[in-house]
Design a protein around this ligand. Structure first.
Ligand code: 13P
Length: 247
């Protein structure tokens, strides 16, 4: 049985005052059935972990593949853990596009994160051109295989399917398109990792909001969501969490 996961990615948004949204979320949802994870900018990880006080999980949005050293501006997995993070998002399409992160880089980061005991939330997703060329399954299959280290388990790995063209656009795939990709990812995970592959949570991400959450959560092999914009406000993210709890 996979526990549902509502994950929020604040991206490059949020200052200390934004932590009021976290307090509001916890107050409104003191006992969610689903696991809840928020990934703020690195500057807020420690402060958010304090506010969260173990009631929700806190994660980073990236980490370096090395444990320490001369890498100005980068953050090591151990530093995230030291600040109270339990998870880290890796290979988000914005990192892949803005920072040239390849599958091999994402995999190396995932190995570093796992070595520090962080749960890795590994992102895959096709561009609009790739979908139009009917390359979606090939692209996400390769990203999944090449970005995920050996030894993935339900406890150490979460996979997020985020079509690039659905991120921040208000557009979402059809439910049939989401099901096709999630069923495919599940079969690939089971083929490689066996029973542990069946235990890995599969999140959908890309323009998830309160109005579309219920139908997305009823879709095959969708174990939760990775939410961007709608995770910034407790009311919106809380409504998505309620939809997931009811799924
Ligand atoms: P939006 O929910 O803003 O479309 O972002 C999705 C995303 O990229 C989460 O990682």
């Amino acid at each position: 049985m996979r526990r549902k996961l509502a994950a929020g990615n604040w991206k490059m948004n949020g200052v200390k005052a934004s932590l009021a949204e976290v307090s509001a979320l916890i107050a409104a949802h003191p006992n969610p059935k689903s696991e809840v994870l928020l990934c703020p900018p690195a500057t807020l990880v420690a402060a958010m972990a304090e506010v969260a006080a173990g009631k929700i999980a806190v994660g980073g949005q990236d980490c370096h593949m090395k444990a320490s050293g001369a890498h100005t501006g980068d953050i090591a997995a151990a530093m995230l853990r030291d600040c109270g993070a339990s998870h880290v998002i890796l290979g988000h399409s914005e990192r892949r596009a803005d920072h040239g992160e390849t599958n091999a880089i994402v995999r190396a980061k995932a190995e570093a994160a796992r070595a520090e005991g962080l749960v890795t939330v590994i992102c895959v997703g096709e561009t609009e051109a790739q979908r139009d060329a009917e390359e979606t399954l090939e692209v996400v299959g390769k990203q999944l295989f090449d970005s995920t280290p050996d030894g993935a388990t339900g406890a150490n790995t979460v996979i997020a399917y985020e079509p690039v063209w659905a991120i921040g656009t208000g557009r979402t795939p059809t439910l049939a398109q989401i099901a096709e990709v999630h069923d495919f990812l599940r079969s690939e995970l089971v083929a490689r990792f066996g029973a542990e592959g069946a235990a890995v949570r599969l999140l959908y991400g890309g323009s998830v909001k309160p109005s579309n959450a219920t139908e997305i959560f009823a879709t095959s092999n969708v174990d939760g969501a990775l939410v961007g914009g709608a995770s910034l406000k407790a009311a919106d993210f809380g409504a998505i969490l309620s939809a997931l709890d009811a799924a």
